[in-house]
Design a protein around this ligand. Structure first.
Ligand SMILES: Nc1ncnc2c1ncn2[C@@H]1O[C@H](COP(=O)(O)OP(=O)(O)OP(=O)(O)O)[C@@H](O)[C@H]1O
Ligand SMILES: [Mg+2]
Length: 249
């Protein structure tokens, strides 16, 4: 069974008249490195939020980690990492980076349980992996946009998710950080965790087979495997004539 299995789904926002995602099917298996591209408002963020049950699926069937997303979206969100597209921490947010990363463990812990040694270890490992040891004791709201982004990536790594979704995770990161973190996600994929990454810029993609999904107007217009250096060119062509590129069988 695929870790993500969407079959003919339609999703609409609360109060939205029209479905944003229309008749979309997608299966993602262990270890796949999926790059999701396409123009603004194509439905990329909505696709990620359909997978973890943040927007309502009005028709079709969606299972993630074998769970029905419409029925148990809380449980799905506990298992799926999600680095959101735009976030902003108020300068007075009273949490340190270490605490924010530790919150990544709360889904596993439940609210009533105190963190155990393994939770502290997982948080510490995530901080080290992302390379933000020097920020651990700073309050999150006082950091730069890129530093906050790294903290949110560490939060999601500490979660030890079964699926990792990232929505333009590198928009504020310098090229060194991009390349370094792509290596971290490549390693997660190697261990079997599928990566779904929405992006508009493709420098520093890892040198592994990429599955490229291009969205146009709420649909997948292209779904194929390619090399990292081909990604941008394929998306450009797809934006001119959607459906021109190959679809996976
Ligand atoms: N909260 C919302 N309520 C109603 N409509 C929304 C909401 N969020 C997004 N939409 C609509 O859904 C459509 C798809 O938006 P989405 O954010 O998924 O696009 P995107 O592909 O992620 O674009 P971008 O590249 O700009 O991030 C757009 O037409 C947008 O107006
Ligand atoms: Mg988006």
């Amino acid at each position: 069974m695929s870790i993500i299995d969407l079959a003919g789904i339609y999703t609409a926002y609360e109060g939205g008249e029209k479905a944003v995602i229309r008749n979309l099917s997608l299966r993602v298996d262990r270890g796949e490195y999926v790059v999701i591209g396409g123009p603004n408002s194509a439905g990329k963020t909505t696709l990620l939020e359909s997978i973890n049950g943040l927007v309502k699926i009005t028709h079709g069937r969606a299972t993630v980690c074998g769970l029905n997303v419409s029925r148990v979206s809380d449980e799905v969100r506990r298992r799926v990492g999600y680095v959101i597209q735009n976030f902003y921490f108020d300068p007075f947010t009273p949490f340190t980076v270490e605490q924010v990363v530790m919150m990544g463990r709360f889904g596993r812990l439940g609210l009533m349980n105190r963190p155990a040694r393994e939770d502290y270890d997982a948080a510490q490992r995530a901080i080290t992996q992302v390379g933000i040891e020097d920020l651990a004791h700073k309050t999150i709201g006082t950091l730069s946009g890129g530093q906050q982004q790294k903290a949110m990536i560490a939060h999601n790594i500490a979660k030890e998710p079964e699926v990792m979704m990232l929505d333009e995770p590198f928009s504020n990161l310098d090229f060194h950080a991009r390349e370094y973190l792509q290596g971290v996600f490549k390693e997660m994929a190697r261990k079997g965790v599928p990566i779904l990454m929405v992006a508009h810029a493709f420098d520093g993609l890892p040198d592994i087979p990429i599955r490229l999904v291009v969205m146009n107007q709420g649909r997948i217009s292209c779904d194929r495997n390619c090399r990292a250096e081909e990604v941008e060119d394929i998306i450009r062509k797809e934006c001119v004539v959607p459906g021109k590129c190959l679809r996976r069988s």
